[in-house]
Design a protein around this ligand. Structure first.
Ligand SMILES: NC(=O)c1ccc[n+]([C@@H]2O[C@H](COP(=O)([O-])OP(=O)(O)OC[C@H]3O[C@@H](n4cnc5c(N)ncnc54)[C@H](OP(=O)(O)O)[C@@H]3O)[C@@H](O)[C@H]2O)c1
Length: 274
């Protein structure tokens, strides 16, 4: 696995680590921080291709968390060229990657997997519910200001629990029948931003409001590729590209995708305790 510390990486590592007979290498550029039962912390950095061969030697399957950087298509292609030919590859991509046309960055990252000569499955999830609990996203502003600023433009978002993405990834990595599939993944309901804030308020036990901002405001402080990618992502939110409820989680895993209410109940108010 690449990205074992990330939002889908942790729950996927937990699922795989609990499977008897499955040996999991949890790739991170900071492997000393990886402490997950049944998972071998493994040095893996997109910046150090010299370490990839050791990380992927002999693997049967690879989970690729797309790195959000300009050279991701080339990096993914180079990584896959070195993994065993029989290995299954599951890529974490995103909804509506073709927004900027077939030669955009996101479709090129997917093409690196489709053309990589391995058995592949591509996951295209909506926005993750975990953005509300991740301090690198909205958790801290919810705690500090009781607000989250999001340029939704009146669109709804079918938030998905990263644990459901992980459950689909687990199937695609371990089971047959997922080769050449592109899975459009969403949560079970499409929520307006004000409704999302209501659910957050109830879960956090204090008022949380959605603040509508412009895309320029939302990407303030970001630079370069990160800024461009984030602005594009918010444009797609506004265009309703994250609104569809797809039902794919249930189709693949046999159980319904979790609601935002259920996710927030599992997390508990302690996450937003100052
Ligand atoms: N977030 C969303 O709502 C969303 C929605 C759709 C698609 N996606 C796509 O999914 C991919 C992964 O996004 P993500 O939001 O899941 O990424 P993430 O949680 O930030 O994880 C990505 C990597 O960031 C590194 N990282 C650095 N500091 C960290 C910290 N304090 N805690 C945890 N990880 C840390 C980790 O790699 P190291 O261990 O190597 O440092 C981790 O694997 C991206 O391509 C993104 O565009 C995201």
């Amino acid at each position: 696995m690449t990205g074992v510390r990330g939002k889908t990486g942790v729950p996927l590592a937990e699922l795989l680590g609990a499977r008897p007979g499955v040996e999991v290498r949890g790739g991170s550029s900071d492997p000393s921080t990886v402490r997950l039962a049944g998972v071998h912390p493994t040095a893996f950095s997109w910046d150090e291709p010299s370490g990839w061969a050791a990380a992927t030697e002999g693997v049967d399957a690879v989970y690729v968390v797309r790195p959000d950087r300009a050279d991701a298509p080339e990096l993914i292609g180079a990584l896959l060229a070195g993994v065993p030919p029989r290995a299954r590859v599951v890529l974490l991509s995103e909804r509506d990657p073709d927004h900027t046309g077939p030669d955009g960055w996101a479709p090129r990252a997917e093409r690196a997997v489709r053309d990589g000569g391995r058995i592949w499955t591509i996951l295209r999830p909506s926005w993750f519910m975990q953005v509300f609990t991740d301090p690198r996203f909205y958790r801290d502003s919810i705690v500090d200001t009781g607000q989250f600023s999001f340029p939704g433009g009146g669109a709804t978002v079918a938030w998905i629990d990263a644990r459901d993405i992980a459950a689909v990834a687990e199937r695609a990595l371990l089971d047959v029948g997922h080769a050449g599939q592109v899975y459009e993944l969403s949560g079970p309901e499409s929520l307006s931003l004000p409704r999302t804030a209501e659910l957050l308020s109830a879960a956090a036990g204090r008022p949380v409001t959605h603040r509508e901002v412009t895309i320029v405001e939302a990407v303030a402080g970001m630079t370069g590729f990160e800024r461009d990618l984030s602005a594009l992502t918010f444009e797609r939110v506004r265009a309703g590209r994250f609104a569809d409820v797809t039902g794919t989680v249930e189709r693949v895993t046999g159980r319904p995708a979790r609601t935002l209410r259920a996710f927030l109940a599992d997390v508990g108010p302690v996450v937003w305790t100052p």
